[in-house]
Design a protein. Structure first.
Length: 123
């Protein structure tokens, strides 16, 4: 079971790190654009800042769903692979399900308590 969980965990870690590095680069580019606009013409920078979208919270929900699916998959593999003694996979599956559901609950709570921002078309 460890030979399955460790590579999956490493893959999840690498994908999350890649996502965060991409987000960091995009925020740096956006920050530089806003600074240049502020230096060139503060009035146009205000229009640019108004058009910015808030940060997406879908990544937290995605991580939660990945953890839930991983927990179900680990539990199913443990039950199918060795049905008499699947005690090794049950704690890992329960932990993954608990963490995933907690992340989904947090994402739901934050999304519920955040006011909705209406997008207006400038055209």
């Amino acid at each position: 079971m460890v030979e399955i969980v460790v590579p999956l965990g490493a893959l999840a870690f690498l994908s999350l790190m890649f996502t965060q590095v991409c987000r960091l680069i995009s925020q740096a580019i956006l920050n530089r654009t806003v600074r240049k606009a502020l230096d060139a013409d503060p009035a146009s920078a205000r229009l640019l800042i108004e058009r910015l979208e808030p940060r997406s919270r879908t990544s937290a929900g995605l991580i939660g769903w990945v953890m839930v699916v991983a927990g179900v998959a680990i539990g199913a593999i443990g039950a199918i692979e060795n049905p008499q003694d699947h005690n090794d996979s049950v704690p890992i599956a329960v932990l993954s399900l608990t963490v995933g559901l907690s992340i989904l609950l947090y994402a739901w709570w934050v999304g519920r308590s955040t006011p909705a921002i209406e997008q207006t078309d400038a055209a």
